[in-house]
Write a protein that binds this ligand. Structure first.
Ligand code: GLN
Length: 291
């Protein structure tokens, strides 16, 4: 029987295999899997190379490497992901939070410095990363809505884990379907599905084969959810309330037209750190309440 492997030996083999399989961040991935499988800190993974792995640890580590070689995103394998400096649980029922979406949260928080938002609706919450980050940054009342029951379960778990459950109310439903009509929000924020159906096949295999299609597919032109949410939000926004969306980088002008059509004013497009259009927001013109 061969002896158990050391951390160093297992890492060496994993990095080589991951590199050969084309995983971009193969070194970091291997180290993160080792931290998780052997319950070690980053420092100890890098300095305790001679530590012998138990059979269980080695088995777990190998299974993580194998999944990564098959194209499963690192965050799903670890079951965790960082967003806005907080930690979130992720699984295949929710989209992995993207750094791009931090621009959306930051735009909402910056606007709130002036407008003092007290209540915000996060429509299509998924993992809850937006709702939880807003609540952790001082928004008093956040409502998080999603059509997927399993996504909501993850969002609740994330609110609990980040000790902010008491500030967030969760609603399951197809957009505003189950949201009480008497509720009025100072702002609605959403990162809805926005990839045109015809472009889904051309996405990176990691995204296409692993992330939930329902969180990506925005219909024929990718704008279905923008049209529906913009129209429906009129009924739920306070007078002068704000609507914020994350967008695909070439959807800014189309969304601006949709929001203008439904009576939004002061529409602005915000770029992400790559210099691409990423967020569109505006406010509901006063006196446009739906009767
Ligand atoms: N930004 C995501 C991607 O490019 C899509 C997110 C979405 O559809 N809301 O994969």
């Amino acid at each position: 029987m061969s002896r158990n492997k050391t951390v160093k030996e297992a890492l060496f083999r994993a990095k080589k295999e991951l590199k050969e399989s084309g995983a971009g961040e193969y070194k970091l991935d291997a180290e993160l899997f080792m931290m998780s499988a052997a319950d070690m800190s980053k420092t100890s993974v890098l300095t305790n190379g001679d530590k012998l792995l138990t059979e269980k640890e080695e088995e777990l580590f190998n299974s993580m490497v194998l999944k990564r070689k098959k194209g499963v995103p690192t965050q799903y394998i670890l079951g965790r992901c960082e967003f806005m400096g907080y930690e979130f649980f992720v699984n295949k029922s929710v989209l992995i939070p993207r750094p791009d979406t931090e621009v959306l949260v930051e735009t909402v928080l910056k606007t709130s410095e002036k407008e003092n938002f007290k209540s915000i609706m996060d429509m299509c919450t998924g993992s809850g990363c937006i709702a939880v980050s807003l609540a952790l940054n001082g928004i008093k009342s956040v409502t998080a809505c999603d059509i997927s029951q399993s996504a909501l379960k993850t969002a609740v778990k994330n609110a609990e884990y980040n000790n902010i459950l008491d500030k967030i109310c969760f609603i399951q439903g197809d957009l505003f379907q189950n949201v009480d009509k008497s509720l009025k929000f100072d702002a609605v924020v959403s990162n809805p599905p926005y990839i045109p159906t015809g472009e889904i096949n051309g996405l990176m295999r990691e995204v296409r084969d692993n992330e939930p299609l329902a969180a990506l597919d925005g219909g024929m032109d990718g704008l279905d959810f923008y049209r529906r949410i913009t129209e429906d939000s009129l009924e739920y926004l306070a007078d002068g309330g704000y609507l914020f969306f994350e967008i695909g980088c070439n959807q800014g002008e189309d969304l601006k037209k949709i929001m203008t059509h439904f009576g939004f004013d002061g529409i602005k497009i915000v770029k992400d750190y790559a210099g691409l259009d990423r967020v569109v927001f505006g406010f509901k013109r006063r006196g446009t309440d739906v009767i």
